[in-house]
Design a protein around this ligand. Structure first.
Ligand code: CTP
Ligand code: MG
Length: 230
């Protein structure tokens, strides 16, 4: 089934400390956002990309779209102060039944996982890619352990996340109305007491957040698996 994808890329990448939006950092000679856009450009099920950007960087993004001949980027939408607002702005430009939200800063997403996710969203209306937590997680206060949290039920949630458009739009409206700030879009759906399905992803689908992530990114790209699909 066809879907459209909203790609938030309007952040400033403070934690990366690269002196520029991390979307423009080069991996194997190409900007991060180009790697991300390529995955969706090449997916036959993707019918359109809504790229959410900072207006000040519009010229830079337009240059890349032209240079790499991206045909599916149907709209550049201005982002907001927070990721949640950026995504909401992007969703308002969508008109497909199923929409995906995927961080511009996650260039290693694989098409096979996108397929699984879309199928799941068709059945459950809301789904997210995630991987089981591998480490032991402890809760602490003032460097004093308070609790060890049972790991078997914990998941590291990533993007893409997929939704029926009507559901995610109401979830964003509901969040605005109740001043609820979520760290991802699925949490806004949860806040409406709607279930979100988990779809197994991959540990290599990292978000480039801090400088050490660039080391992992290099390793992922060098291990053929990084960009190849099943
Ligand atoms: N994002 C966005 N609009 C914002 C903030 C973030 O579109 N106001 C996007 C980022 O560009 C990124 C994704 O949301 O692709 C995930 O956010 P994050 O990793 O936090 O990126 P930044 O906000 O850019 O980084 P930082 O928080 O370190 O400043
Ligand atoms: Mg951020």
């Amino acid at each position: 089934m066809d879907y459209q994808v909203v790609i938030p890329a309007a952040g400033s990448g403070k934690r990366m400390n690269a002196g520029k939006n991390k979307q423009f950092i080069l991996l194997k000679g190409k900007p991060v956002i180009v790697h991300t856009l390529t995955v969706f450009e090449q997916d036959p099920a993707c019918s359109g990309i809504i790229l959410v950007i900072n207006e000040k960087e519009k010229g830079d993004f337009l240059k890349l779209i032209e240079l790499y001949h991206f045909k599916k980027v149907k709209q550049l939408v201005a982002g907001g102060a927070e990721r949640q607002e950026s995504v909401y702005n992007g969703l308002k430009a969508c008109d497909s039944d199923i929409v995906l939200v995927h961080d511009g800063a996650r260039p290693f997403i694989r098409q096979s996982h996108i397929r699984d996710l879309v199928l799941s969203a068709q059945e459950a209306d809301a789904a997210t890619i995630a991987v089981p937590v591998k480490d032991t997680i402890k809760k602490a206060e003032n460097l004093q352990v308070v609790e060890t949290i049972e790991r078997s039920s914990l998941w590291l949630v990533q993007t893409p996340q997929a939704f029926r458009l009507s559901l995610i739009l109401s979830a964003h409206e509901h969040a605005v109305k109740h001043q609820f700030a979520g760290t991802d879009d699925a949490s806004l759906v949860e806040f409406m007491k709607h279930r979100v399905k988990i779809v197994y992803g991959d540990y290599t689908n990292i978000k480039l957040t801090t400088p050490d992530d660039l080391l992992f990114a290099k390793a992922i790209m060098e291990s053929e698996r990084g960009k190849s699909d099943d």
